[in-house]
Design a protein around this ligand. Structure first.
Ligand code: GCU
Ligand code: CA
Length: 135
């Protein structure tokens, strides 16, 4: 398992801010993307062989915030990010994706203009994985 927080290697950025005003996050805070269609959260992971991996996103939201998961620029699937009822109630949603050998980009992209949920961390479960350099 590779755990990427907002302040650790493998976190490449958010179209928004890193905030800490809603309790219950791990690390130093959470990624608060802008409430708009293109506003994404971006990660990078290195794989020492091509493999499937499970992406486990810890998030909170007071409303449903469905998102596309883009891996290496292609849509790999959808995560519902259903409401957790409050900004301080954190939950996990997962999706299994295919990674290539070498660096992989992972992007959470909102499907509506409401934007993404607040994103606390990304855990990537698979073998031979390390946080990437965001090249
Ligand atoms: C509120 C909340 C933010 C959240 C935002 C949103 O402003 O405090 O943390 O990101 O709603 O709707 O996305
Ligand atoms: Ca937001």
């Amino acid at each position: 398992e590779t755990l990427i927080e907002e302040n650790t290697t493998g976190f490449c950025g958010v179209d928004g801010t890193i905030d800490n005003n809603h309790a219950g996050f791990t690390g130093s805070g959470f990624a608060n993307a802008d409430n708009s269609l293109g506003a994404s959260v971006d990660y990078s992971v290195d794989a020492d062989h091509a493999t499937s991996a499970t992406l486990d996103v810890r998030f909170a939201s007071a409303s449903n915030r469905p998102a596309s998961i883009e891996v290496n620029g292609s849509v790999a699937g959808t995560v519902n990010f259903n409401s957790t009822d409050s900004w301080t109630s954190w939950a996990n949603e997962s999706i299994t994706v295919e990674l290539q050998v070498g660096e992989n980009t992972i992007r959470l992209v909102p499907q509506t203009a409401d934007g993404l949920p607040n994103v606390d961390s990304l855990s990537i479960v698979g073998s031979g994985l390390n946080p990437g350099a965001c090249n």
